[in-house]
Write a protein that binds this ligand. Structure first.
Ligand code: 5RP
Length: 232
């Protein structure tokens, strides 16, 4: 997904700086995990920095659930212990990246097409921590919004959504198709209800502020810690 515009106005996007910021946010989040934690692992390039930072901490008895096959493979390679979400039940903490983070705390996720599992894991966690580089911050979230849809009647579902098209990516691990909604977002709460209520939609990538506990944004001036609406 294309990098989103920074709040502070037009700036040159510096990919190396963004990578350093992703790493800084991920390393700060790794410090929040304690021995014995049941931990949800998100998906994406920011989470890719989280996994080695977690492994390096040498925590005891941490059991993880991965939100995608890619995260599962990377976690296994680092000898992080993996279980299913149903084996773990309620999670102590889940950590994940985001495509956009707005000033009201709304997120757009699913640039990596993993938002359905990511939302289930975020909802199952007492604490959901979002990690991001500063270019992910926006004033208000805007299209595209990733949407996972059933194969059956996919074109009817796209028509019902309006301004939506299939993304050329592999199906989700559940065998569903990934699309993107390109309409305007006047109010993310209203759009979230509409997307969820469209027959054939499995899950969309709008994450409400109530799902999020903490947002760690690494920028040129260091780490910004925003509180979300979810309290333990
Ligand atoms: C995957 C996601 C990712 O968290 C989101 O796309 C951010 O990815 P990255 O850390 O690579 O920028 O929602 O479905």
């Amino acid at each position: 997904m294309a990098p989103t515009r920074p709040l502070s106005g037009p700036q040159e996007f510096d990919p190396q700086q963004a990578e350093r910021q992703k790493r800084a946010a991920a390393e700060a989040a790794a410090e929040l995990v304690q021995d014995g934690a049941r931990l949800g692992l998100g998906t994406g390039s920011t989470v890719a920095y989280l996994l080695p930072a977690l492994a390096a901490r040498g925590l005891r008895d941490v059991r993880c659930v991965a939100t995608s096959p890619a995260t599962e493979r990377a976690a296994r390679a680092l000898h992080l212990r993996l279980d299913t979400l149903d084996e773990l039940g309620e999670l102590d903490i889940a950590i994940d990246g985001a495509d956009q983070i707005d000033q009201q705390g709304w997120l757009i996720k699913g640039g990596g097409a993993a938002h359905t599992r990511e939302k289930i894991v975020a909802a199952a966690a007492r604490r959901f921590v979002v990690i991001a580089s500063a270019e992910k911050t926006v004033a208000t979230v805007s299209a595209p919004v990733p949407v996972e849809i059933l194969r059956f009647g996919a074109h009817s579902t796209l028509r019902a959504l309006g301004s939506a098209r299939l993304r050329e990516v592999a199906p989700s691990p559940e065998g569903n198709l990934i699309a993107d909604y390109f309409g305007a977002i006047a109010d993310p709460a209203i759009l979230a209800v509409r997307l969820s209520g469209t027959p054939g939609v499995v899950e969309h990538g709008l994450f409400a502020p109530e799902l999020v506990s903490d947002i760690l944004i690494a920028g040129i001036n260091g780490l910004e810690h925003r509180q979300g609406g979810k309290r333990d």
